[in-house]
Design a binder for this molecule. Structure first.
Ligand code: GDP
Ligand code: MG
Length: 177
């Protein structure tokens, strides 16, 4: 019955990780509020944002955690990762250094959370074609080698932003149902 459906409540904790300024906060702002901040140093101090999503007719709440900039000091705490069932591992396609950092972030994720955390590698700022430093093929290859989903996104022009979050949430739902 309809009541049975409503009584089922899914809440998935998903964490955003990756180097400073790759666009984590803007991916969340775009996904949850359809907003973008061109100069986002002082943005959004939220710890997490809860977004309702419809997956196969089920209402799912994605509780998406964003850092408050502590990744600059490599000081993301274990509390941030605790209980996470999904992760977006973000780099900036226009800064190779942020792609080099992915291995370190993956280690950190696996140190602090379950090995089975559903993870997507996200190459953000796909709109910056003219100054791209990491090819799509490189991103794909790393994702395949590490067993991660992969997508290139742009928080600026919105491309693939919802798709990246939905990929993670759908996979978590599939595993649990
Ligand atoms: P965070 O430190 O990872 O949370 O990164 P922010 O979300 O604060 O973004 C850092 C900077 O990159 C800001 O100036 C954003 O406006 C910019 N930015 C974020 N996403 C994109 C994007 O998809 N394309 C472009 N061109 N700039 C972006
Ligand atoms: Mg941020």
């Amino acid at each position: 019955s309809e009541d049975d459906n409503k009584s089922e409540d899914y809440l998935f904790k998903i964490v955003l990780i990756g180097d400073s300024a790759v666009g984590k906060s803007n991916l969340l702002a775009r996904f949850a509020r359809d907003e973008f901040y061109p100069n986002s140093k002082s943005t959004i101090g939220v710890e997490f944002q809860t977004q309702k999503m419809d997956i196969n007719g089920k209402e799912i709440k994605a509780q998406i955690w964003d850092t408050a900039g502590q990744e600059r000091f490599r000081a993301v705490t274990s509390a941030y990762y605790r209980g996470a069932v999904g992760a977006l591992l973000v780099y900036d396609i226009s800064r190779r250094q942020t792609f080099h950092s992915i291995g370190r972030w993956l280690n950190e994720l696996h140190t602090h959370s379950d090995m089975n955390v559903v993870t997507i590698l996200v190459g953000n700022k796909s709109d910056l074609k003219d100054i791209r430093e990491v090819s799509t093929a490189e991103g794909k290859a790393l994702a395949e080698a590490q067993g991660l989903f992969f997508m290139e996104t742009s928080a600026l022009d919105s491309s693939n932003v919802a798709a990246a979050f939905e990929t993670v949430v759908k996979e978590i739902y599939n595993i649990l149902s």
